[in-house]
Design a protein around this ligand. Structure first.
Ligand SMILES: Cc1cc2nc3c(=O)[nH]c(=O)nc-3n(C[C@H](O)[C@H](O)[C@H](O)COP(=O)(O)OP(=O)(O)OC[C@H]3O[C@@H](n4cnc5c(N)ncnc54)[C@H](O)[C@@H]3O)c2cc1C
Length: 522
């Protein structure tokens, strides 16, 4: 058998599920000449409005040798031990305490459990079913549960999301996460779709399946278990305190996300080494989805074949470098506060992405490292508290049309329609952000309007978007992933400052657990 890879195979939109005849033609064979094939990557090419198509990269086998070209190249067979069966290199005790059931904690727990460890998973929030009820109650009554909300609870911040599975790095760990998602019920194409996404509705189903698998493997899951302190003595983890109770622990995997500000403060008190880092903040911009679809696909596109259009925007550095973050086509806005008296926004979508609106964070890089360890966290908190006041102290959000934002004047007409569920209050957002950040955002909106005409005139800004990434990093050894100076503590995921997004956070968990081997006593 001869093995090849075709690097770029254009396939008409309506033939997405049937690339074989196109592959055979490109290889100069009849379809029966292709003995096996496997998609490696699939993306949408919309560079030419009238010739939008899918582009596959495919590995395939033939019985006879074919001519190689720059687009069709020979390939060696890949061999290797499955990742979960590779022997670890670092000694770990048999019992592992994992704190946080977001993507990082869940995948660490699952991978450790599959490799024979006894896992205790602590999650401050509730299981998916109760979490959904808590959020519904919050949206109706405006009574925020600081332990069970859009960011805290089973699934972490990754649950109420668009479920985008994009990740800047692709490696064996991210591949394992995608394989695992397929084993939980996700469509097989998430393995190779360039812009795969799942949506909140599907994620909650997979999470319940994952919970069942963890329990089957003997893991113990403690919902409502908030870890308040990690007891570090002589540079070693000795115990953790959860809900006021001390639990002896030799190995703690800390995957508490970037919104557990109490955890950062407690780690600092325990002497764990943290450092400040740059982060980003700004607004959620909302637009009619039809505006984005028309710009990307033209007026005649069949959206049932292309899906709702996405955008990725970045303003040049000399305009402040604002950029779009976590765009949700056909999505809705969500208030994602974790403390009373503070307001933060974000966006999510369902698997169909069929809503009338598109939303994305438009954020400005901020680095307050020179002002102290907690300067970034404090700035986020101040901004969220001010937004809560401006929004009427009831989880309404301050908002402004982009046209009024750019002109820095109050809105003269009612605000455009929005999906924000707890109400909007017209505001002058430069008063929230201050002139410098507001100026950078305004310049970026004008720049983005050149890429997507109508971006300013038809857009709405809802503020503030503060939870894009962590303003702190927990120092860890790049080889062992152990906290620098604290034996037995393994900071993971977005909260540790080394990952961003669902897949990369989950992959961080897989990576740690595949490094480990059970320490044999005596
Ligand atoms: C609305 C929204 C939409 C998003 N959309 C996407 C998207 O489409 N694609 C994407 O890749 N990324 C998205 N993200 C980002 C993504 O969700 C995060 O990058 C990812 O969830 C980080 O994973 P994590 O496990 O490191 O932390 P988290 O998901 O934040 O999980 C941390 C967990 O730890 C728990 N915890 C915190 N403190 C304690 C404690 N003291 N004791 C016990 N438990 C604790 C929390 O309750 C939480 O469940 C989105 C984020 C938000 C908020």
């Amino acid at each position: 058998m001869f093995r090849y890879r075709i690097l770029q195979l254009p396939v008409p939109l309506e033939e997405k599920e049937r690339p074989l005849p196109f592959l055979a033609r490109a290889a100069g064979l009849a379809p029966s000449g292709i003995k096996s094939w496997r998609p490696v990557r699939l993306s949408l090419d919309n560079r030419r409005e009238h010739r939008i198509c899918w582009v596959y990269q495919i590995d395939f086998e033939t019985a006879e040798r074919i001519e190689e070209t720059p687009n069709v190249v020979a390939r060696e067979e890949e061999e290797g031990t499955p990742l979960l069966e590779t022997p670890g290199t670092l000694d770990f005790p048999e019992e592992i305490h994992v704190v946080g059931a977001g993507p990082a904690g869940l995948w660490a727990a699952w991978t450790f459990a599959r490799r024979g460890y006894r896992v205790v998973l602590h999650e401050r929030g509730r299981a998916v079913e109760e979490r959904f009820r808590d959020i519904r109650r919050f949206l109706k009554s405006r009574e925020l549960d600081p332990e069970s909300n859009v960011l805290f609870g089973e699934g972490g911040a990754g649950l109420y999301s668009d479920g985008k599975l994009t990740s800047r790095t692709r490696n064996e760990f991210t591949a394992q996460v995608l394989d695992d998602l397929v084993s939980l019920g996700a469509p097989a194409d998430v393995r190779y779709l360039a812009k795969a996404h799942l949506g909140t509705d599907r994620l909650q189903i997979y999470l319940k399946t994952l919970r069942a698998k963890l329990l089957e493997l003997g893991a113990e899951i403690r919902f409502g278990s908030r870890v308040e302190e990690i007891d570090v003595r002589d540079g070693r983890v000795r115990a953790l305190r959860a809900n006021g109770k001390e639990i002896p622990a030799e190995c703690v995997v800390l995957a508490t996300g970037h919104s557990a500000r109490d955890v950062y403060r407690s780690l600092h008190r325990s002497g764990v080494r943290l450092e400040p880092k740059g982060f980003a903040l700004g607004v959620r911009a909302e637009h009619p989805q039809s505006l984005i679809d028309r710009r990307h696909f033209g007026a005649a596109a069949d959206l049932s074949l292309t899906g709702a259009a996405e955008y990725v925007l970045k303003a040049p550095a000399d305009r402040g470098g604002a950029y779009s973050f976590c765009m949700c086509p056909g999505g809705v806005l969500v208030p994602c506060s974790t403390a009373p008296g503070q307001l933060a926004t974000n966006g999510m979508s369902y698997s169909g992405r069929s809503g009338k609106f598109a939303n994305a964070g438009i954020v400005v890089p901020v680095d307050l490292s020179a002002q102290g360890l907690f300067a970034g966290v404090e700035f986020q908190e101040e901004l969220e508290a001010r937004a809560f006041e401006m929004g009427g102290r009831n989880f309404g959000a301050p908002a402004q049309s982009l046209a009024a934002f750019v002109a820095d004047r109050p809105d003269r007409r009612p605000l455009p329609e929005s999906t924000f569920p707890t109400g909007l209050v017209p505001a002058r957002l430069s008063e929230l952000f201050g002139r410098e950040i507001a100026g950078v955002l305004a310049a970026s909106f004008v720049f983005f309007d050149r890429k997507i005409p109508g971006f300013v005139d038809r857009g709405l800004a809802v503020a503030p978007e503060t939870r894009t990434s962590s303003p702190l990093r927990i120092l860890r050894d790049p080889g062992t992933l152990q906290a620098v100076g604290t034996e037995g503590l393994y900071p993971l995921g977005e909260g540790a400052g080394y990952a961003g997004g669902i897949v990369s956070s989950a992959a961080d968990g897989v990576r740690l657990a595949t490094l480990a081997r059970i320490r044999r006593r005596g």
